[in-house]
Write a protein that binds this ligand. Structure first.
Ligand code: DGJ
Length: 993
């Protein structure tokens, strides 16, 4: 490889976003994957590739040759000019020429046309329309052209000519040993200038997001439109077919030099928009004109030939039409990530961690604009996407649906989709299904992401991926409200995935005022793995732990808590809570959480919600008193709230009946005897925020459990007019996020755990505010094994609220050993959900032992990589392990869900270890039961029952290929194994610590 090629390869192998203006190609390079699309001749964004990195030099636009149009596939659009035989006018580059031509045309037609005046007027009008449009694309076509505008245009034209005549044109396009690098590529924004790599003509944007203002979500909202006749009059040389798809060594004259003053980073916008146009080759590149249905698109409109589920639907108020073709207008590549306003999203710690591409698309006729945001997170195989829509036209527009992203996959023999489905107390079963012809939708219309479905899907093209093998494409929406993920298999065997807010019941009214003409979609996290579903999960776990949950809780292990719910339900008061705390203290539990029942007139589910002040009959010394007494016992104090709800029997409802979601004069639907507050109203948000603020300030509260125990009905707000009622479900969740944001900002030291009747809102949206979420109301260890296993497909175990509960369990009435309950809870945040006052001293001692063990294991659970080993959905056991990032330590957990008597288990093949490292294998808490083979009786064994009798010493290779034999002798039996690199071998790590 020659030096310049090597240099380019190494630059382009770094994560970032690269634009090739010659091919109009965007390459989004993640840690170990590449995503690519291009702007086609019709200015659609055409998807090309997503998978392992490719050789940068390869011109991957050949991939468009997989398209095979069918007779009924619409082709490209034609302009009115073309139909009228005036297409020549659209090609004219020079104003004077255009003007002359127009005169000739109209005169000619005037003389020749048998229809006389009428036709010539039509031609004249058409000519002027074209002239205006080409002159002022994106501007107001009905405005007369100002003298200034003409003068400006002429100036630009002059400059363009000077540039095109400049000798700089001849500068080489490839990086040169002497340092000059002028290329068709823009380098990733974050990279410091490498020696020899200067900002070249193709480099359109290097903006630090911190310098960007409100408009930064668009390439430039205020700048004039790009596509002027001058811009079109690109000095690019005419190309023959060979040059249309040039290789990297094609003519250096292809791109003009652009003065560096043109781009102004401080202004955060393009100083001179011709630069962008010049950096892009607008000569035809496509071998044939193909309509939208034949292509793989990044974003698709309705009504112009793409018959798949579109990315958005609109209704224009002016004429009721919904046809809205959108075209690429411009783009910008910036350092870092442009965060959505008031919405959860992955964040960065510094602008060097990510690069963002913002592509602007526009409906030329109406001025409806779309900014498509793509952010590459450099350290992960993660790209985030979201969409911003701005109505910059003259008339209001109603958005009928808008997805955060559209993802087209080329044909495969088949596609599989994995998603997480379930119900209350049975959340997130892992479902994998073959996608058949037609559309398969995973969605929620309950106002919450729900117990039933989860905003996370995985696509496996070709074959069903396993835990370790196969390509997987993940889509996780950072959103807690109504969502939809639709997977459509087309007649071509292609797949379109759309993800975003559920279109059902959704509308958004975009008027023309600056404050209210914009809509921002939630963000979708796209993840890639060619190491199976497990690889995908590990990427998501890492990015969610490191760049989604609040920074202050990153890798923080929370205190071991005891929650009063399953200990006392509503029967709580000062004395009871103090006695629970005292008993818990003996077992070394570190925090007491006072769950439901402490406030207002809350004695059961019929009253009190909304009255967030202590019930003084139960807590005469208030929250301050109970927190103080619990603290004195040596425990931290936490509390439960359900801020989005109101009981009809509450002071709040009596004062503000209009503050709940309801249609006046219609009956109300209750759920758990409660109504839902209208969080779309600012006054409701403020009231709840103030009440909770007061509550948190009133006592030493170090933890808050934020619950939500019913779904939305009668989604109607008395605050908003009829045009806005389709917005309420989304405004509701935005309101919840807003209160959550304000509270967590005001009390950053308070640990928030969210909850919704268990795991009804376990999603990336809530993880942005609360580092942990109560995984399920089902605390039975065996049920939990499956629930936590399923949840781990997308979300890290460190985020899963998991408690040891009493036996028989309150949801299943099943009894499982303390060891099994502890191992399952240790795979999450770890706490207790039982009445410690009823425990014997032996049980207290046992719990103490498990807490000590959990303290040693927790760092692996919180920081390590999780490998799922046995699926409870495919076998009778569940097993997983956590491996430290340096691969020196691991912990393995196995749980027997159902024992089939006499059936042996497969060996447990470990994962994630270093093949040549020698490890010590130690069983951490041996069993206590054994079967007497002569009698069949189960007997207690003093001294413990070990799987292997002693510690084993094995290499990673053996542990992974031969595996560990595991014997379970009864239902709910379990095993906990520590793996640590043998000191002095390849590692000096000691066991666990
Ligand atoms: C549902 C939660 O999931 C439970 O843990 C408990 O907090 C109850 N709500 C209280 O009403």
């Amino acid at each position: 490889m020659n030096a310049s090629k090597q240099f380019k390869e190494s630059v382009h192998d770094q994560p970032g976003i690269y634009y090739d203006g010659q091919l109009r190609l965007f390459r989004l390079r993640c840690k170990n994957s590449l995503y690519a699309f291009r702007v086609d001749d019709a200015r659609n964004l055409e998807h090309l590739y997503w998978g392992p990195p490719l050789t940068h030099d390869d011109d991957i636009t050949y991939l468009i040759r997989s398209h095979v149009p069918a007779p009924f596939d619409p082709k490209g659009t034609v302009s009115v000019a073309k139909i009228m035989g005036l297409d020549e006018l659209a090609e004219i580059e020079d104003f004077q020429e255009l003007s002359d031509k127009w005169k000739i045309y109209t005169r000619q037609h005037d003389e020749d046309d048998p229809e006389g005046d009428k036709r010539s007027r039509r031609l004249e009008n058409a000519s002027w329309r074209i002239w205006h449009r080409e002159r002022n694309r994106g501007g107001d076509l009905s405005d007369p052209l100002s003298a200034d505008a003409v003068a400006d245009a002429l100036k630009l034209e002059k400059r363009r000519r000077e540039q095109s005549e400049s000798p700089a044109l001849d500068q080489p396009r490839e990086p040169m040993a002497n340092g000059a690098a002028q290329g068709r590529f823009s380098r990733p924004a974050h990279q410091p200038s490498a020696p020899g790599l200067k900002r070249g003509p193709g480099v359109v944007s290097m903006v630090n997001v911190a310098a960007l203002g409100r408009e930064s979500e668009f390439p430039s909202l205020t700048a004039p439109a790009l596509d002027t006749p001058h811009a079109r009059a690109s000095p690019l040389q005419p190309m023959d077919r060979k040059d249309r798809l040039p290789s990297s060594s094609s003519s250096p004259k292809m791109l003009p030099k652009v003065p560096s003053t043109i781009y102004s980073p401080l202004a955060g916008s393009f100083g001179d928009l011709t630069m962008q146009e010049q950096a892009t080759n607008w000569r035809e590149l496509d071998p044939e004109v193909l309509g939208k249905n034949t292509k793989l698109l990044e974003f698709s409109d309705q009504g112009t030939g793409d018959y798949r589920d579109p990315s958005f639907k609109v209704i224009f108020s002016k004429d009721g039409s919904s046809v809205c073709p959108i075209e690429y207008v411009r783009h910008r590549i910036v350092d870092g990530k442009v965060m959505p306003r008031r919405m959860p999203a992955l964040y960065t710690d510094s602008s060097e961690e990510a690069t963002t591409l913002i592509v602007e698309m526009e409906d030329r006729l109406t001025g409806l604009r779309f900014a498509l945001h793509y952010t590459v997170m450099h350290d992960y195989d993660i790209i985030t996407r979201r969409t911003v829509v701005v109505n910059s036209g003259k008339d209001p527009v109603t958005l009928n649906h808008i997805y955060s992203g559209t993802f087209d996959f080329d044909a495969e023999s088949q596609f599989y989709m994995t998603h997480l489905a379930g119900g209350w107390a049975r959340e997130r079963d892992v479902i994998t299904q073959k996608l058949e012809y037609g559309t398969n939708v995973v969605k929620s219309s309950r106002g919450a992401s729900s117990h039933q479905f989860n905003p996370h899907i995985v696509i496996h093209p070709g074959e069903e991926a396993t835990e370790d093998r196969g390509e997987c494409f993940g889509f996780t929406l950072v959103y807690s409200g109504n969502f939809a993920a639709s997977c459509e298999i087309t007649e071509y065997g292609r797949l379109r995935v759309n993800m975003g807010i559920n279109p059902e019941g959704f509308t958004w009214y975009l008027d023309t005022k600056r404050e209210t003409n914009t809509f921002r979609s939630p963000e979708v996290v796209m993840s890639y793995s060619n190491a199976g579903v497990g690889g995908l999960s590990r990427t998501l776990h890492r990015v969610f732990r490191e760049r989604l949950i609040p920074r202050q809780w990153r890798y923080k292990i929370p205190p071991v808590l005891i929650n009063t719910w399953e200990a006392a339900y509503f029967d709580v008061n000062h004395e009871i809570v103090v006695s629970i705390a005292s008993a818990a203290a003996k077992a070394d539990i570190e925090m007491l959480v006072l769950d439901d029942g402490w406030f207002g007139q809350r004695n059961d589910t019929r009253s009190g919600l909304g009255d967030w002040y202590p019930n003084l009959d139960k807590f005469p010394r208030g929250l301050k008193g109970i927190a103080r007494d619990v603290n004195q016992i040596g425990l931290k104090f936490g509390i439960w709230v359900e801020p989005e709800m109101v009981s009809m029997n509450s002071d709040l409802y009596r004062a503000h009946p209009e503050w709940c979601l309801c249609v006046p004069e219609r009956k109300l639907t209750t759920g758990r005897n409660q109504l839902v507050l209208d969080f779309s109203r600012k006054e409701v948000q403020d009231h709840i925020y103030n009440e909770l603020h007061k509550m948190l300030n009133s006592a030493n509260i170090e933890y808050v459990k934020w619950d939500m125990n019913r779904h939305l009905t009668e989604v109607f707000s008395q605050q908003w007019d009829r045009t806005r009622q389709g917005e309420i479900a989304h405004r509701f969740i935005l309101g919840v996020y807003e209160v959550f944001r304000r509270l967590t900002e005001a009390f950053p030291q308070v640990l928030f755990e969210s909850c919704s009747g268990g795991g009804g809102r376990f999603d990336a949206g809530f993880l942005y505010y609360s580092p942990q979420i109560w995984t399920s109301d089902n605390t039975d260890a065996l049920s939990r094994s499956a629930i936590q296993y399923g949840t781990s497909l997308a979300y890290p175990c460190s985020a899963m609220g998991a408690h040891v509960s009493t036996v028989p369990n309150h949801q299943t009435h099943r009894s499982t050993p303390m060891k099994t309950r502890s191992i399952v809870a240790m795979s999450g945040t770890f706490g207790y959900e039982l009445d410690p006052r009823t425990l014997t001293s032996d049980e207290i001692k046992e719990i103490k032992g498990y807490i000590e063990l959990q303290k040693r294991i927790a760092p692996l659970v919180y920081e390590g990589d999780m490998y799922r080993l046995w699926s409870p959905f495919k076998s009778n056991s569940a097993a997983w392990m956590f491996v430290s990032r340096d691969q020196k330590r691991a912990v393995v957990m196995g749980i027997n869900i159902r024992r089939i008597v006499g059936r042996l288990l497969p060996r447990l093949k470990l994962r994630g270890l270093c093949p040549n490292t020698k490890y010590e294998v130690e069983e951490l808490c041996p069993g206590t039961l054994m079967r007497n083979n002569d009698t069949g009786a189960i007997e207690h064994v003093i001294g413990g029952v070990y799987q292997y009798g002693e510690k084993l010493h094995m290499t990673g290779k053996t542990l992974q290929n031969a595996g560990l034999p595991v014997k379970f002798i009864f239902d709910a039996d379990s095993v906990l194994i520590a793996i640590s690199a043998v000191p002095g071998d390849q590692s000096s790590a000691s066991v666990l610590n």
